[in-house]
Design a protein around this ligand. Structure first.
Ligand code: GRF
Length: 192
């Protein structure tokens, strides 16, 4: 189950879905959960024939998310900017992943998303950035780190050029992290 945000571009969602479709991931992209049906990510999902569930925040949000995620084993946040309701965290212990466009624990936390992250990395004069796939808990960007991929920050980088370089790493990182989560689940549970 892939959760996207209100203005989702959907490139990580597409990378995951394509890895499932090609057999690179032994998984199925069962549902894309979106807060509205107006983002480019929803179009991208529909163009791939993925099931889209529109779940806007509001009353009983957690229960409605859980309903949309029925039958799902692993939840991937991809551009989803909120903290998840506690009942969703409880339902998927150690099975909710997020990707962050920097090398956590640096440049994470509330308000550190999208271009804010890359602006901060460039402003700090870093020579290296990258992305982090981590487990999700009730604090922004603080769950256990599963995998990081690194890339250089070049002297003439703008936040935009850096973001594009990091994004290429993100697509690989998410698939690699999912491969290891899926294979460890398969070994532990004997497969499904
Ligand atoms: C990515 O940069 C990801 O790291 C962050 O949100 C962005 C989503 O991009 N969490 P996309 O919608 O997957 O293209």
């Amino acid at each position: 189950g892939i959760l996207i945000g209100p203005k989702g571009r959907g490139s990580n969602m597409a990378a995951i879905a394509d890895a499932c479709a090609s057999g690179k991931l032994a998984a199925e992209a069962a549902v894309v959960v979106a807060p509205n049906d107006t983002s480019p990510a929803v179009e991208t999902a529909q163009a791939r024939g993925l099931r889209v569930a529109v779940v806007p925040p509001g009353d009983a949000y957690g229960a409605r998310l859980l309903e949309a995620l029925q039958g799902v084993d692993i939840v991937c946040l991809a551009g989803y900017l909120r903290l998840l309701p506690s009942e969703v965290l409880r339902e998927f212990p150690d099975r909710i992943l997020n990707i962050h466009p920097a090398l956590l624990p640096e440049f994470g936390g509330k308000g550190m998303y999208g271009m804010h992250v890359h602006e901060a990395v460039v402003a700090a004069g870093k020579t290296e950035s990258g992305c982090t796939v981590h487990l999700v808990n009730d604090v922004y960007d603080e769950g256990r780190i599963l995998l990081q991929r690194r890339c250089p920050v070049l002297p003439d980088d703008t936040p935009e050029t850096l973001a594009a370089r990091v994004l290429r790493e993100e697509h690989q990182a998410y698939v690699e992290a999912l491969q290891s989560v899926i294979s460890s689940q398969t070994h532990v549970t004997g497969g499904r």
